[in-house]
Design a protein around this ligand. Structure first.
Ligand code: PRX
Length: 676
């Protein structure tokens, strides 16, 4: 982390977007029905009462046995929440609702083709299907408590069914975003040591049925080369009656789930009584080095936290129809499509396709048909919907009481369109700031208590105590000054460690600001989020962006090092540098600068090869805006590539004084190439 980076991010972003805005107040109709409208919560959740206040969250769940200790800090900063408690996540998301709500819809699955019927899965049906899948995982795939399994599936009802079946058995799932490549899937298989891979054979994206099975074969091959054998691939068929993937099944390894399930019709699997601190899942995310980090989330703490956030910040009531547009392959989908809403017995919508396909009215038709009243999406989708169909929402008869924005800073103009056009002036908005690592929200307004402020996430949610540090580690208490946002206290949704790499966990998130590395006291271990932020007079936090080498593309985190490493597999490449470029829909896009090996002539074909290599190894989401084949990289005298200079060129801002560089002349050459 460097002060310069923070300040530059801050100044650039303030200049572009941020003005102090007016407050927006929730309607009395909303406040009257809100799950949380008593401001005393902030008093109750003050640090004086830490960690006991979190028992209020844990009590939202059904436990086989209550905990012996709320928080065990003996291995700080690896914490155990609700230690000694026994619980099962699948039981909490399904079984406990059957007595009163078995005929209620748990999941509405909306296929991308509008001609396909929407699937409405009741809690009873979910129970049956999860039990049968759990039996298959146990008896066919020989999975047991503590094993890891990699799931590379797109959006479908079968994805949460598979996750909940894993949770029933105590198998740790690691879901890989469906749009990621075989190579990204292989990296996660190897790191998590999965011997079972679960995939779907095909899925729809913008009107095309994509063959996905092919990725499984390649992922297994790559994983094997890296020493991890996958002995079983479970293949869900997307359209068992009318389509089968062209990619053949591998004898002795591949099993078609839809067929195999017939062996388990009617079988029930007792949920495993898991220790609260047992891991529930891994979710890989990008960091400052090429290797993605497997964020390990626990069972009791995580589930308590996401259930409470769904109830108090998302304001989900059991009668609500809730639609979160995120992909389940990211943390938002895990916490706020699957675990949180289902633990509260809500009806959760899963949509297979892109929100703007086949036209800008699709999302609003879904909302109208399913009577969605809580809507959750990201600025990138809001910008896209606003750009191509600003007047579309008014054409449809739906009414949202509550809307969420998450994943990146939202510009006040875009926020206002979201409020007036999408929300029709009737919905409250929460801007929730959080991360894969944090399991659930860190900053947001409590919608029934605090007013909204466009462009600001808000104060810490009840129980979270954020503060800002400067680069010397000194707290900034003054309003309006940017620094590194940190959290003073642990919380139950916080990840437990990086899978298999405790040292990296401590080093990345705690070591820089730890007050005493030998301490077992949580107060000595504040959490460093990796974002720049500033606090306003009213205690609201405005998030300014990442301070590490991460680019936020459409709300998804991509490591610059991951993209650079991917391009370096192309033989002709000598050096690579990635910088973020502003994009009006995606927020940011990667621009890739390449210096070729001596003697290699730059050609369009090489540039295409490099771009393809990035897509192959990571996924299309990482596709560079442009591959610039430059004569040399601008470098310091010590040989460090000046990414900041390249970033200024890509974004057409001032490159500053470059005369101290080892090769200042190259800056102008690159500028002409990129800007003219
Ligand atoms: O930079 C912050 C940004 O997204 C990062 C976390 O990304 P990820 O782990 O993929 O999780 C995304 C879903 C929570 C953060 O470090 N970010 C997230 N929410 C916001 C945000 N930036 C501004 N405002 C937000 N509401």
């Amino acid at each position: 982390m460097s002060k310069k980076d923070v300040v530059e991010t801050t100044e650039a972003q303030i200049a572009v977007h941020w003005k102090e805005e007016d407050y927006y107040y929730p309607s009395s109709k909303f406040v009257g029905q809100a799950n949380l409208s008593d401001p005393d919560i902030f008093e109750r959740f003050s640090l004086d009462n830490f960690p006991d206040y979190y028992t209020e969250f844990a009590e939202l769940l059904t436990w086989y046995k209550y905990w012996d200790e709320v928080l065990d800090t003996s291995d700080a900063p690896c914490y155990k929440w609700f230690k000694g408690g026994l619980i099962n996540a699948s039981y909490n998301c399904i079984d406990r609702h059957l007595k009163d709500n078995k005929n209620k819809t748990a999941i509405h699955f909306v296929p991308e083709p509008e001609s396909e019927k929407v699937e409405h899965i009741t809690y009873q049906e979910l129970y049956v299907r999860v039990n049968e899948m759990a039996a298959l995982l146990r008896d066919t795939a020989k999975l047991k408590r503590g094993d890891r399994v990699t799931i590379h599936m797109p959006m479908s009802a079968e994805l949460p069914i598979t996750m909940l079946a894993c949770a029933r058995l105590g198998v740790i799932h690691s879901v890989v975003f469906g749009g990621f490549s075989a190579s990204a899937s292989a990296d996660r298989i190897v790191d998590s040591q999965s011997r079972v891979l679960i995939v779907t054979d095909a899925y729809y994206r913008s009107g095309t049925l994509l063959d996905h099975k092919i990725n499984a074969d390649e992922a297994v091959k790559i994983a094997k080369d890296q020493g991890q054998t996958v002995d079983t691939v479970l293949v869900w068929q997307r359209y068992p009656e009318k389509y089968s993937s062209d990619t053949p099944l591998v004898e002795g390894r591949d099993i078609v789930v839809n067929q195999e399930l017939s062996k388990y019709y009617g079988v029930r699997v007792e949920p495993e009584k898991m220790l609260s601190e047992d891991p529930l899942f891994l979710m890989y995310t990008s960091g400052t080095t090429g290797k993605p980090k497997g964020c390990q989330h626990g069972t009791g703490g995580y589930l308590a936290y996401v259930t409470a956030m769904s109830k108090y910040i998302q304001d989900i009531h059991p009668e609500d129809v809730y639609w979160c547009m995120a992909d389940i392959g990211w943390i938002t989908g895990h916490s706020f499509i699957v675990y949180g809403p289902l633990a509260l017995c809500a009806s959760s919508v899963i949509y297979e396709g892109v929100p703007t396909y086949p036209d800008a009215g699709r999302s609003w038709r879904i909302a109208q048909e399913l009577d969605v009243n809580i809507f959750h999406t990201a600025p990138t989708a809001i910008r896209a919907l606003r750009k191509i169909g600003p007047d579309e929402p008014a054409k449809y008869n739906y009414h949202f009481k509550h809307m969420t924005t998450v994943g990146e800073p939202i510009e006040p103009e875009v926020w206002k369109w979201y409020e007036s056009a999408v929300g029709k002036g009737e919905a409250i908005i929460v801007d929730t700031w959080w991360q894969t690592e944090t399991g659930g929200f860190l900053c947001s307004t409590v919608p029934g208590i605090k007013p909204m402020k466009p462009g600001s996430a808000g104060p810490g949610v009840p129980g979270i105590h954020p503060f800002i540090l400067d680069d010397e580690g000194k707290e900034i208490t003054e309003a309006g000054i940017a620094g590194n946002i940190c959290i003073r206290n642990p919380w139950p949704g916080q990840f437990q460690t990086i899978w298999g790499d405790r040292d990296r966990f401590v080093k990345t998130y705690f070591a820089d600001i730890c007050r005493n590395p030998d301490s077992k006291d949580w107060q000595d271990w504040p959490y460093l989020a990796g974002d720049a932020a500033m606090m306003a007079e009213d205690g609201y936090f405005r998030i300014l962006g990442r301070i590490d080498d991460v680019i936020n593309v459409s709300g998804h985190r991509l490591g610059t090092k991951e993209i650079e490493s991917a391009s370096l597999v192309v033989q002709e490449v000598a050096e690579a540098a990635v910088v973020p470029v502003a994009h009006d829909i995606k927020g940011k896009e990667p621009d890739l600068y390449i210096a070729l090996r001596p003697g290699v002539e730059p050609t369009e074909e090489i540039a295409r090869k490099i771009s393809d290599a990035v897509c192959d190894q990571i996924g299309k989401i990482a596709k560079p805006r442009k591959v610039w084949l430059v004569p040399d990289m601008p470098k310091t005298r010590s040989g460090k590539i000046m990414r900041r200079v390249l970033g200024a060129i890509s974004n057409k801002t001032d490159v500053g004084n470059v005369m101290t560089l080892a090769n200042p002349e190259v800056v102008e050459e690159i500028r002409v190439m990129v800007q003219d």
